[in-house]
Design a protein around this ligand. Sequence first.
Ligand code: IVH
Length: 672
Amino acid sequence: MSDSPKQQIEKLREEIEQHNYNYYVAAQPLISDIDFDKLMKRLEALENEFPEFKDPHSPTQRVGSDLTGGFKSYPHRVPMLSLANTYNFEEVTGFWQRVLEVAGKEEVAISAELKFDGLSIALHYHNGYLEQALTRGDGLVGDDVTANVRTIRSIPLKLRGTHIAEDIEVRGEVLMPFAEFERINRERQDEGEDPFANPRNAASGTLKMLNPEVVSHRHLDAVFYYLFEEEHNLSTQELALQRIAELGLKSSPHAICCHSLEEILDFINYWADKRHSLPYPTDGVVLKVEDKSLYEALGTTAKSPRWAIAYKFPAEQAKTKLENVSFQVGRTGVITPVANFAAIPLSGTIVKRATLHNADFMAALDLHEGDWITVEKGGEIIPKVVSTDPTLRDPQAKRIAFVSLCPECGTPLIQNEGEVAWYCPNKEGCAPQTKALLEHFAGRKAANINIGSETISQLYDLGFLRRVDQFYTLTPQQLAEITHFKDKAINNLLRSIEASKARPYESFLFGLGIPFVGEKVAQILAKAFPDIEQLAQASSEELEAINDIGNKIAGSIKEWFAIDRHRTIIHNLQQAGISLSTNLSEKKEQVSTTLLNKSIVISGTFEHHSRDEYEALIVAHGGKRTGSISGKTSFILAGKDMGPTKLEKAHALGIPIIGEEEFLSLIGEKEE
Ligand code: IVH
């Protein structure tokens, strides 16, 4: 019995909503964009055929939303529409022909541009000054991310050029360049955090951060392709792009004006390959009618204009044979399944493995031994297994199940409530967990001991190094047992271990590997509890009273310090001569002249020090704190929630605003 149209519609809606969830919420899409669009198109077609089943809650009725809360939202002056996606040249040809028909001409000019893979942004400039930046949101209302956007260096706070209209709105895309994406992911992995799946997620995650100071350390970029400026006759897209550049904004690079379908297809073919050498991510080409006087006649649908379309580059896919699924144990005991397959070239690299993320992702794929699988590398830098082909499967092949015991130590795995991940709870006796923790402790941002993972592994296997404090009891005799370790290597390592004792308290706090205590949280904790004993004794309430510390982190800290073995580690580290405390007063006396002759205004609320402490630091480094902003002010040390009047005055006088982190690194209080 086949399903009735109503049942088909309902099933499709459910399926699409699940994929929406996988994509937007879980950040783990299980199908390709093309397949997703196919489902949407099928649902749209059914709903059109059977209008009696139309429903305002259907996924076809929603324009995607990026509203997150935590930000004030404001309406867009003109709705921010999206574009209809196309995936093949027939559809592009269809667009070209429709436009010709409406224009009643043999030829029209079409602007061909790259489709940048970031998130859209609308900037509002008033009298030439950046006044507001809104995300697309649901198309009608967007999140006000002005404070974050102000940190993007390529976005001018004041427009250049002459005859600037009173109100200007310019739209474009906030992007994360590949190099920055890789840098941030390395940093996140160092801190035991999950890496971002792709630069787009990284850009959007960054722009939605509540602390602009952190945003300023992630170097976002932005390009612009759309301008509303009354009083200027921007009759074509080409003129609009020129005007955007004149105003001092980065206008959509590599755009060209095409006069034939052939030119359009050439542009697409050229960039399909060439885009791999661009420093930022792109996922297609956008085609727009040049002549804006045609817009009205072409019209818009509910979601997108008919005067523009997006052509999306196909994600590169390849079929290969699954060799096996291995299960990796991470530092925190999380088990990650990994598909190992026969090596294949994909988008310029050779791939032979791909993460399967977790048990749910793996179950959805329904992998069997020796399966032919399809691997894809699209906007995602990381290859992913998108499907398996059951028709090519040996009928005898066994389904591959997620493990129930730790593959390394045999301990039964556990799952925390509300999480999909499975953990090996054997924190002390599971070799890869301990080895990873030892590596983490020795890492550059923690104790900074110059030792490789292979050496750590050998010392562990020899039984000399099973806890982080045992770095400090290693003897030359023990080190001599490491393969190829001679006097020089032994001395270098011992010297590096000795030098590590001078690392700051916050670095050790990070190095201990307390779950959810990354580098940043460790810094916050070290400031709030200048001695580790205070931290160990802190109640959940005291912990949660600190900015950025929620109950998850607080709970994890309490749990960690409740374990005797951990108290022993702390005791032993202190015995080794490591000071697990911060002494701010000492630093205040280390006078420098970095801020000599500078008058500095302090404004807003701070995370790392009180205002009084900042005043003391300014004085200690030769500067002077003044109460109000004037032409003589050298810069403003601004925390969160700097008052709007001060902000305005600072902009009017062109006085630089420096965030907390930047200030601390300026006076050398913090290492980058
Ligand atoms: S024009 C009426 N041009 O793609 C819509 N959009 O799917 C005007 N995008 O929301 C958009 N590069 O975030 C346009 N060169 C480009 C683009 C571009 C990326 C994004 C934009 C838009 C989405 C549409």
